[in-house]
Design a binder for this molecule. Sequence first.
Ligand code: ACO
Length: 228
Amino acid sequence: MEYQMIAPEHSEQVLEHLRRNFFADEPLNKAAGLCQNGSSCPALEAHCAEAIQHRMSVMAVDAKEKGACKIVGVVLNGILKPGDTAKALSKLDCNDDADFRKIFDLLHRHNLKHNLFEHFDVDCMFDVRILSVDSCYRGQGIANELVKRSVAVARKNGFRLLKADATGIFSQKIFRSHGFEVFSEQPYSKYTDEDGKVILPVEAPHIKLQQLYKAICAGDQDEKKQSL
Ligand code: ACO
């Protein structure tokens, strides 16, 4: 397995991987019925393509796959600034994909309510947005390696704070094993409409959204620079 930084020219291949492995499988997408495996979802694709432009994302490539390189895992990371989430939430009203709106309304409102910028007094964050591994390659430590490398990219670029919205118990376990801590949680059973109906009936064993963070202190940065 090889790990490489994702460049904008890899976008189409990365999106193809996500259509087959993330768009239908991720717990909230699955609960919303966002799309069938392999089909496109323009709203989610735009969200992913925007992250790739930040040039902080990493992919796992199987070079032995039938003589050609195959993307088997990706972590899409972006830079988040104060005001970005409020702007994304206000743009959501114009999005005509109701299932996408259900998911991102939950994520954006949760992040605005539990404001990491204010709590940590930072003016930007390294945002781990999408973690995805090919269903045929799961359970081999690829997601673990992608998160480990993301932390290294964040350190190298001088970020003081990383954040991730982990939607399922496995991704939550992975982030915590890399030193992320839980800042806030939202049980899916409490995300309801005005009639009390659960908006996203997420399947067990996934029961809640976790907003996780990892703070990198100045001492850690210096230590890392010396070892590079
Ligand atoms: N059952 C039990 N344990 C699991 C499972 C599973 N299905 N999947 C992962 N784990 C555990 C592993 O045992 C391992 O634990 P360990 O470190 O103690 O050995 C740990 O999680 C990491 O396992 P990896 O092999 O590194 O994870 P993998 O490469 O299989 O990828 C992922 C996990 C990314 C969750 C994959 O299943 C996937 O792509 N799922 C669909 C998309 C998704 O849900 N992504 C995360 C959403 S949150 C976000 O994107 C920020």
